[in-house]
Design a protein around this ligand. Structure first.
Ligand code: UGA
Length: 446
C-alpha cells in the first residue's frame, strides 16, 4: 500500500519506519528540514532502541522516504496524521493548530480518486474528544473522496518499535455512515495485515469512543501511578514499605502488578499533558465533575518532586545552600533521551533554586542538556558526578544506575547519602556498604 505520514516527530517517525518494515511504500512528511534530512539519511533524530537499524534498512530498500515536499503525498491510500498536540502555554488544553494544518495539507495535495477507490485520512495524534467529527465535516465539505478514521496509538517510548509492530490492541474509530466505514476498515485491515493475522484484538467504535480510549488509557495509567505514590506517602507516615505493598496488591490480577512503581512520579510528553487536556475538554463539555479526580492525580504527582527535594534537604541537615548534589538520570524514564516534563529535571531545578550545586549525569541526554541548559553542570561519568557529593540522587532508573556498586562509590563522595527516587536500589546492600539510604515511601530510612 502507499502510505503518507504527516508529522515525523516521535510518533510519526516510528510509525513511518514500522509501516515500511511491514512492506508498505511510505512517505514521511515534515516541515522541519533538519529532521527530514536526518531521517532521509537513515539517521534517527532521537534515541529509541531498535529504530536506527530499521530506519536505515528501509530507507536503503527504497520503501521509505522523508520529505518536506507535500506534493509527494498525493497518491497515498492512507494519510496518517501524527503531528503533536502539545499543552497550550499557560493553559490546560491542547494546541490543535498542527492537526488542523496537517489536514489542510492532505486536502490540498491528496489526488482526486475514483468513487470505488477512496483514500483514508487516519488520525493518530492524541486529541480532545470531538476533534475527529469536526475534521470529518471539513473533509466532507471539501467534496473529495477521502474518509476519516481515528486510530489512536499506544506506544511507549523505549519500546516504540515493538509496541507498534505487536500492539495489545488496535482501535478503529470509523464513520457511522456504513459504506464509508466499511471501505475505511478494509484499507486499515490491509495496512495492519500482519497484526490482524496475528490475532491482535481490533476494537471498532465511533469517533468519540476512539478518541476517548486513548485519553482514558493514559488517565488510568497516571491514576495508577498516583495511587501508589499516595500509598508511598502513607508508608512514609507509618513505617510501611510501598514496594512490598505494591507487590502484595499486584498479585491480585484485578489490580495487576504493572505501573505500581512508586517514586518521583510520571513525566514525559504524554501522561501529564493528556490528563490536563482531558480535564480542560471535560470542562468545555460541562462535565468537569467527572474528571475532578485527575486534578488530584496531577497534584499527587507534582508533590513527589517536592518530596524528593525535601528528602535531600533533610539529609544535609536543613539548607541546600552550597551543597553538592549528584543527580543520576535526567530523562523522564530510561531508554529515551526525552526531557519533556521530566520529574528529574524539575527536581534538579528545584535544588538549584535552593542554592545547591547540582551535577547531572545521563547516558542519553547529556549532550542535549549541555546545549539547552548551560546553567547545569553536566558530567560525562557517574564517577565525575558523584565526586565530592553531599547527596547522590538516582532519579531515572537507567540499568547502569540500578546496577551501581555502592562500595565502589563510597570513597568518592563527601557524605554517603543516597536518595533512591525510583525505589530501584536494594536498601540493605547500600546500607551494608556504609550508605545512608532514603527511598520513596519505603518506611524508615536505613
Ligand atoms: C505513555 C503510555 O504508557 C503509552 O501507552 C502511550 O501510548 C504514550 O504515553 C502516549 O500517549 O504516547 P510514555 O510516555 O512513553 O507512554 O511513558 P510510560 O512508560 O507510560 O511512563 C510515563 C511516566 O510514568 C515515566 O516518567 C515513568 O517513569 C513513570 N512511571 C511509570 C512511574 O512513575 N511508575 C510506574 O509504575 C510506571
Amino acid at each position: 500500500m502507499r502510505i503518507s505520514v504527516i508529522g515525523c516527530g516521535y510518533l510519526g517517525a516510528v510509525h513511518a519506519v514500522c509501516m515500511a518494515d511491514i512492506g508498505h511504500d511510505v512517505v514521511g512528511l515534515d516541515v522541519d528540514d533538519l529532521r527530514v534530512a536526518s531521517l532521509a539519511a537513515g539517521v534517527a533524530p532521537f534515541h529509541e532502541p531498535g529504530l536506527p537499524e530499521m530506519l536505515s534498512r528501509n530507507v536503503a530498500a527504497g520503501r521509505l522516504r522523508f520529505t518536506t515536499d507535500a506534493t509527494l503525498i498525493a497518491d497515498a491510500d492512507l494519510h496518517f496524521i501524527a503531528v503533536g498536540t502539545p499543552q497550550l502555554e499557560g493553559q490546560l488544553g491542547a494546541d490543535m493548530r498542527y492537526v488542523s494544518a496537517a489536514l489542510d495539507t492532505v486536502l490540498a495535495h491528496a489526488e482526486d480518486r475514483p468513487a470505488d477507490r477512496p483514500a483514508v485520512v487516519v488520525g493518530k495524534s492524541t486529541v480532545p474528544v470531538g476533534t475527529a467529527q469536526a475534521l470529518a465535516e471539513r473533509i466532507a465539505a471539501d467534496g473529495n473522496n477521502l474518509i476519516l478514521a481515528w486510530n489512536p496509538e499506544f506506544l511507549r517510548e523505549g519500546y516504540a518499535v515493538d509496541d507498534t509492530l505487536h500492539p495489545d490492541r488496535i482501535v478503529y474509530g470509523l464513520p457511522v455512515d456504513i459504506p464509508a466505514g466499511t471501505a475505511a476498515r478494509k484499507l486499515l485491515d490491509e495496512c495492519y495485515a500482519p497484526q490482524v493475522a496475528a490475532g491482535t484484538p481490533v476494537v471498532v467504535a465511533n469517533y468519540a469512543t476512539a478518541e476517548l480510549v486513548k485519553v482514558a488509557a493514559n488517565s488510568f495509567l497516571a491514576t495508577k501511578i498516583s495511587f501508589i505514590n499516595s500509598m508511598a506517602e502513607l508508608c512514609d507516615a507509618t513505617g510501611g514499605d510501598v514496594t512490598r505493598l505494591a507487590e502484595a496488591i499486584g498479585y491480585d490480577d484485578r489490580i495487576g502488578a504493572k505501573f505500581l512503581q512508586a517514586g518521583i512520579g510520571f513525566g514525559g510528553g504524554c501522561l501529564p499533558k493528556d490528563i490536563r487536556a482531558f480535564m480542560a475538554r471535560a470542562q468545555e463539555l460541562g462535565v468537569d465533575e467527572a474528571l475532578t479526580f485527575l486534578r488530584e492525580v496531577d497534584a499527587i504527582n507534582l508533590r513527589r518532586r517536592h518530596h524528593a527535594v525535601q528528602l535531600a534537604e533533610s539529609a544535609v541537615g536543613g539548607s541546600l545552600e552550597g551543597r553538592n548534589i549528584a543527580v543520576l538520570g535526567i530523562t523522564f524514564k530510561p531508554d529515551t533521551d526525552d526531557l519533556r516534563d521530566s520529574p528529574a529535571l524539575d527536581i534538579a531545578d528545584q535544588l538549584l533554586g535552593r542554592g545547591a550545586h547540582v551535577v547531572v549525569v545521563d547516558p542519553a541526554a547529556g549532550a542535549e542538556l549541555r546545549r539547552r541548559r548551560p546553567d547545569l553542570d553536566v558530567a560525562d561519568t557517574v564517577t565525575e558526578a558523584v565526586t565530592g557529593a553531599d547527596v547522590v540522587m538516582v532519579l531515572t532508573p537507567w540499568k547502569e544506575y540500578v546496577e551501581l556498586d555502592p562500595a565502589a562509590l563510597l570513597s568518592l563522595v563527601a557524605t554517603p547519602t543516597i536518595i533512591d527516587g525510583r525505589n530501584v536500589l536494594d536498601p540493605h546492600r547500600w546500607h551494608d556498604a556504609g550508605w545512608n539510604y532514603h527511598g520513596m515511601g519505603r518506611g524508615v530510612s536505613t
